[in-house]
Write a protein that binds this ligand. Structure first.
Ligand code: SF4
Length: 70
């Protein structure tokens, strides 16, 4: 299982940044200003997809191949 930031839903770190504040080290700002996951384990401990109020952090179940198409 892993987590991914849906760029369409992410408001951008400058506008939001809640994931970085609530779970430092789990996500970071990309070059385009959106968040990206850098530490899956840490993010999972913080609550995974619940860390993002915009639901931009999505859980991907790789084993079952249910990863949504972006
Ligand atoms: S909390 Fe969600 S919307 Fe806000 S920066 Fe992080 S991923 Fe983007």
């Amino acid at each position: 299982m892993s987590y991914k930031v849906n760029k369409q839903k992410c408001l951008g770190v400058k506008n939001c940044g809640i994931c970085i504040q609530t779970c430092p080290g789990a996500t970071k700002e990309r070059k385009d200003g959106k968040a990206e996951v850098v530490n899956q384990k840490k993010l999972e401990k913080c609550g995974g997809e619940r860390v993002c109020p915009m639901r931009a952090i999505e859980r991907i179940d790789e084993e079952r191949g249910t990863s949504p198409a972006y």
